[in-house]
Ligand binder design. Structure first.
Ligand code: BES
Ligand code: MN
Ligand code: ZN
Length: 499
């Protein structure tokens, strides 16, 4: 779909969208359209229960006196209170309504949305972003879709007096959307398509955007002593990979250490010998959602030429049961030198992350390290699908991430850490075990990771188990992979690490 911004002019054909505030009060542009239709629009609103809430839509088909196939009246809520998130939801709602309606063109009259908390240009650009995100589909394996369900909309024109400014704001948002789509693509792909080596191949494609990509294979990781990560991988026929994405948008002038982002990349999690039940196991193809968010963020940063230095590391493995799989009770030696008793082979994400985290700190000496992982089912029980859980050892970092969550819409809720939780993963025969009791399962998982954070490193762990995938449509996406984390991290970098 082509999305563009244009100065207001007479509409010729296609669908037309206008706006109304809370209570259904038409904006000036909408009132003018209503007058052209001899009051048909107002009559339609009266006949419905339209109240002007954000993204609420009433449709008038074949309006009289207008060169348009339909008029959509879209609610903005109280316009004076509408901000970026509201305009994104409005764009998403329009896309959801018109995208497969048979219309090919939609013109949006956004000329009087500047009475909100943002400029008219920003309102227009955010609507474009919302439509772009909502229009994403993962349909490469469908060969028989009914024509009536196929997308029809190919052209979205947003009319605004600030078309040039809107266009330049939208350019940045398009870069971010591309990052989100890379994440959604990788998370949506099944485990027979995305496995460690194919993920690494996909990462190598980012070289064309100026990212330096390096991949360590099994041999290198053996030599280094990644005993925890390799223990997870040893039951799989797929070779594990450590994918390293290095982006420097400072022109080599970065004086400080890079921000390091780390992703759990379990391309399929059967649970290993501690095998998961069959029901719903197919969902474990998205157990690489953390790695997906990291690679998507790197793409977004590079595409919008962010002025920062960021290194992303993705620990890619497959967790399988087999004759070569690790057993419950096995003791492995992590790259840090600490030993781990593997009580449950299904608690594999932390075993992958701990070696990657240690390697990242050895090699890059970061001051800030953030990991993302679909780590625990317990997090889904705690927070459902609205917020991801955050654990942090540093107040400043925690504050920055919470703020980025609010601003981006990828929301975070902070959880506690503490010695009483840490004790729960002490082992009889090794330095630690990989699981604690059932209670507080997300917290003991975070405590495990914390044992691999060095003194002086500000670290945050984001458990995205509940947010990487959505079982229902949302304002900014069809059901499926959400791309959670890309917008969050992009915002986090933009607000705190760009000069
Ligand atoms: N990948 C899962 C966590 C998960 C579960 C993510 C459901 C999304 C939805 C993780 O590897 C796992 O299996 N965790 C176990 C840990 C337990 C064995 C301590 C869990 O949460 O059950
Ligand atoms: Mn698992
Ligand atoms: Zn897992």
């Amino acid at each position: 779909m082509k999305i563009s911004f244009a100065k207001p002019s007479a509409v010729k054909g296609g669908a037309l969208a206008v706006f109304a505030g809370q209570g259904g009060v038409l904006t000036a542009a909408a009132a003018a359209i209503d007058a052209t239709t001899d009051g048909q629009v107002q009559r339609a609103l009266k006949a419905s229960r339209f109240d002007g809430g954000v993204g609420e839509i009433v449709e008038v088909l074949a309006p009289a006196g207008l060169d348009a196939s339909r008029v959509l009246v879209v609610g903005t809520g109280t316009l004076a209170k509408a901000g970026p998130g509201e305009f994104e939801r409005i764009g998403g709602a329009l896309q959801a309504r018109v995208g497969a309606s048979g219309e090919t063109t939609l013109t949006v009259l956004a000329a009087d949305l500047g009475d909100s908390t943002v400029s008219e240009a920003e309102a227009a650009a955010r609507m474009g972003l919302g439509a772009r995100l909502r229009a994403y589909r993962f349909d490469r394996y469908r060969t028989k879709e009914q024509p009536a369900k196929k997308p029809s909309l190919t052209k979205l024109v947003i009319q605004t007096g600030e078309a040039r400014a809107a266009d330049s704001a939208f350019n940045r948002y398009e870069a971010i959307a591309e990052g989100v789509f890379l994440t959604r693509d990788l998370v949506s792909e099944p485990g027979n398509v995305v496995y460690p080596k194919s993920f690494a191949d996909k990462a190598r494609e980012l070289a064309e955007h100026g990212i330096t990509v390096q991949v360590l294979g099994e041999k290198e990781m053996k030599k280094l002593g990644f005993g925890a990560l390799l223990g997870v991988s040893q039951g799989s026929a797929h070779e594990p990979q450590l994918v390293i994405l290095d982006y420097d948008g400072t022109g080599g002038k970065a004086k400080t250490a890079p921000v390091v982002l780390i992703g759990k990349g379990v391309t399929f999690d059967t649970g290993g010998i501690s095998l998961k039940p069959a029901a719903g196991m197919e969902g474990m193809k998205w157990d690489m959602g953390g790695a997906g968010a990291v690679i998507g963020t790197m793409k977004a940063l590079a595409r919008r030429k962010a002025k920062c230095r960021v290194v992303g590391l993705c620990g890619m493995v497959e967790n399988m049961p087999s004759a070569t799989a690790q057993r419950p009770g096995d003791v492995v030696k992590s790259y840090s030198g600490q030993t781990i008793e593997v009580i449950n082979t299904d608690a594999e994400g932390r075993l992958v992350l701990c070696d990657v985290m240690w390697y990242a700190q050895e090699r890059y000496k970061p001051k800030v390290m953030v990991d993302l992982a679909t780590l625990t089912g317990a997090m889904v029980i705690s927070l459902g699908h609205e917020y991801a859980g955050m654990f942090a050892n540093d107040e400043t970092l925690a504050g920055q991430l919470l703020a980025a969550g609010e601003a981006s819409g990828d929301k975070l809720w902070r959880f506690p850490l503490g010695d009483a939780y840490d004790k729960l993963i002490n082992s009889q025969i090794a330095d630690m075990k990989n699981v604690g009791p059932r209670e507080g399962g997300s917290i003991t998982a975070a405590q495990f990771l914390k044992r691999f954070v060095r003194e002086g490193v500000a670290w945050a762990h984001l458990d995205i188990a509940g947010t990487a995938w959505s079982d229902k449509d949302t304002p900014l996406g069809e059901k499926g992979a959400t791309g959670y984390g890309v917008r969050l991290l992009d915002q986090f970098i933009a607000s705190n690490f760009e000069k």
